[in-house]
Design a protein around this ligand. Sequence first.
Ligand code: PHE
Ligand code: ZN
Length: 876
Amino acid sequence: MPQQPQVIYLKDYQVPEFLIEKTDLRFELQADATLVKARLQIRRNPQSLSKNSALVLQGDKDLVLCRVAVNDQVLAEQDYRRSEESLSINDVPDVFVLETVTEIYPDQNTALEGLYRSDGMYCTQCEAEGFRRITFYLDRPDVMSVFTTTIEADKAAYPVLLSNGNPVASGDADGDRHWVTWEDPFPKPAYLFALVAGDLAFIEDRYVTGSGREVTLQIFAAEKDLDKLDYAMISLKKSMRWDEEVYGREYDLDIYMIVAVDFFNMGAMENKGLNIFNTSCVLAHPETTTDAGFQRVEGVVAHEYFHNWSGNRVTCRDWFQLSLKEGFTVFRDAEFSADMNSRTVKRVEDVSLLRTAQFAEDAGPMAHPIRPASFIEISNFYTMTIYEKGAEVVRMIHTLLGAENFRKGSDLYFERHDGQAVTTDDFVQAMEDASGIDLSQFRLWYSQAGTPVIDVSDEYDASQQIYTLILKQRCPATPGQSEKAPFHIPVSVGLLGKSGQDMMLSNGETTQVLELKEAEQRFSFTEIEEKPIPSLLRSFSAPVKLHYGYQRDDLVFLMSHDSDGFNRWEAAQKLGVDILQELIGEYQAGNELVLDNRLTAAYRAVLTDLSLDQAMVSKVLTLPTEAYLSELSDIIDVDAIHAVREFVIKTLAEALSSELIAVYDRCNVSEKYAPDATSIARRALKNLALSYLMKTGKPEQLERALTQFQDADNMTDSMAALALVVHSPYAKAAEVILEQFYLRWKNEPLVVNQWLSVQASNPSKGALNTVKQLMQHESFNMRNPNKVRSLISGFSSLNPVNFHAMDGSGYRFLADQIIELNNLNPQIASRLVTPLTRWKRYPADRQGMMREELQRIMDSGELSRDVFEVVSKSLA
Ligand code: PHE
Ligand code: ZN
């Protein structure tokens, strides 16, 4: 029986009893151990109520404490107390210097938190609570200190030594060693500390801020990746300009560094002046990176840069406030990407992710508000909810206030709280104070979990020319919250007349934001001359599920006429969902499947209309995904969903093959690769056409895919063709090109990741065996999170048919991997549990098997806090 880990509550928050004014660190990197010497200037917090409490520092159980001194007096063992997770010293003065020397073992660090080695280079990851794995400290975000860091290491093996801030001194030391001292003038919490040591190459550029300050920009990576850094540099400079223009925020240090590492638990980390990135979020080259990869680099570089203000200059008081920095920064990076590329495409992609992954999380055992009230392990709360729903909540504030007031609010927030560690409520308060708009009811979005549902009906009074929308909201129960109060929800609407034009609304515009605050509310529109078709929740103005009884013909009409680009896509999705859900019922009843030819006609119209926004065409012509159809089901029938969707794709492909071939040929232009919105749209449409054509099962379409694979000069086209062939019944052809692809790219880990993932997500029978074999392949490494994500998550989250195999083999496989990773890397292990947490959504036989595997994990021995929390909450 594993020991019950402690639950931490927001309501228990207390200000720190001590503050650290100055932190001096010295790292001596030796062959198998690192010596960390810390000199902390500590003072009692005048705001703390307890006046003579002991000093309690956090420190991981694996830290070897070599020395402790208070004001130069070395402490004897009876003067302090070591527990599993802390170091306590009684009777400390109100102001003093604490010195510690600890020994740590970065080579044995497989959890990738604290100081570890990745491919021969040292790097750190301290968010959220990794600093306590480096040395004893007040490891909480409301303790902010100025840092000076000296790194000493072997000169030949580690020529580059980096930390936060500016380099202020350097020199050689005995035994072919050298050292560098860095000074960061901005007080920061320990989670923003970073250190890097390695044999790294870099590119350098300059940026001149709006006020004329010159900033040096450097991006570091392994020598062989030097040619893959340009796009990140371009993205960084664009981000810096955008934040000046849109938020009035300038960069504040003389140097900004990014380092690429191959072993990383997350995407990237915003350490002050020294971002550390997963290679997958910074390296980009046309030959090795897909369009999606380029866009990820642009978005993540921007995200981490924007954190310099939303996260670093103004940080979080405690980890319950995580969405303060993450929700706001995701909103900021989404707007940046929208401005750089196609706004509608970006919105469609973000909403798709939210509605599948986040809505599912909000309906499951790990559901939590964007400001959680409790947690066992904070690492488990870097979630879709904190990030994506958090961003939607900030977006709603933007919608309710308008762009101008929102900017006033953000200016006030940054000015009022610069240098402070604050709460989500401080953010909302600044928005309220600057705009004069009441957000008291709106604050419920921070404390209530769950996805609200809005049922909409309407009435039209022809004699009075009044049209009325009746909105009813409810929100399902979530763990610990059975009853919910009504939310304040901005519902953006337009009304379309018969000819497809937008009607003028009472606000003098064609779109109006209805503020839904009651459980049920009526909104009337006057001078409406004919019964309109409503366009509801334009641009997805709130993270809700909205139901309105559209007829299929209404949806076809909205697909071609709605002036809101997002809702044109949404109409196509709704039409697809309606048709697919009906067919799923037929399939389950054992009836013959017949496709409603209105879908074929609507798709034909979109395929042949050259006046449409080409960036949106491939989105409109993509059927609702299996993940989205699953999320919409009460009981998920994996096989029916897959079979029906395949049937519809094949039927559409056969009916529209000449149009699809025309589109393919039109988009198949040879041009120099560029990752801009227009070329990305063209490649997306071409590859969408190819994906339909492949489903016709005609040998000439296989030829087309193989030709594209052989001729492609960029990874987008090459990968698309590879995936289509691998996921087709042409197993022989697939084997040949998989082999060819691997031989060509085996020295490019990021490409190999995709090669693994394509095989893991193959819906054909036998995928699990392939995955098991690939785990023995030379390219796989259980200690590398990118490899685990590609192969294991590629199977468990992108291959529903095989993962949910009726013999339970998929579940068993996943549980085995979780049990193994629980010791190696708890964060990654815990993330892998997600698909099993959804067990209640499946039919009884599958439920039983999934539960059994959760129980087996629970009983497998000593669990990390990370895995314990997710598994125990799932079984509760
Ligand atoms: N703070 C990082 C980001 O969102 C994410 C992260 C969290 C990275 C924890 C590492 C560890 O930008
Ligand atoms: Zn972030």
